[in-house]
Design a protein around this ligand. Sequence first.
Ligand SMILES: [Zn+2]
Length: 241
Amino acid sequence: MRAASAIPEVSVACPLCGGRGPTFYVENGRRFERCPCGLVFQNPRPTDAWLQAARYEPYDRGAAHGREMRAIYEHAASVLPPGRLLDVGCGPGLFVRMMRSRGWDAEGIDLDRGEDFLRLDLEGPFDALTAIYVLEHVADPRRFVEKARRLLRPGGMLYVRVPHTAPIVRIGKLLAPRWNFFHTPWHLQDFPPRVLLGLLGGWTLRIDRTPTRRGAWARLPVPGRSYTVMATRPMYNAQPP
Ligand SMILES: [Zn+2]
């Protein structure tokens, strides 16, 4: 197991609003702070250079995870507009291959192959852009959304799925003390739904909170679980506020 002290760190303010807040939780030596805007963010966090160079360790490779991902991919395929699709954070490319087999002109990029969405010179327009369990890893989610907006055609869809473990981390630790709720050191932030919907202000938004896990988390009577936001790029050309 990697020692937290081995990771070069940088102190940050809230990546959405620049604010600061009290400590929310400490997991595996990584401190998470709750900004007055609602975002829970890791501070200090690993440096950009470390995040880009480190080999990402996926959350879970088990059968339950495979079932969850298949359920998410099927949901995405049922709502995404047809045409040209970019999957950001595509990993080994399972979703890209599935969507190609169903008629999409799909391509994928991944930081593990040195492909940083914010740095790549990508040529739009795309009809759809997917970021499935990606935004919690992005140091500047506002720039991510702005770039997605530029790459999508008007009316195109940004499909974002994020974990939301902040509401269950305390009770969860009692039930599963060894579970890494914020997937430290990898999750830089945890978005309450209202915060992510606010980040996508001006887009046409739908949210899906259907649980895809069949384990205990999905049955807990608390709001903390992953969710999906389907954001359609507005038809007008004004810059976002
Ligand atoms: Zn904030």
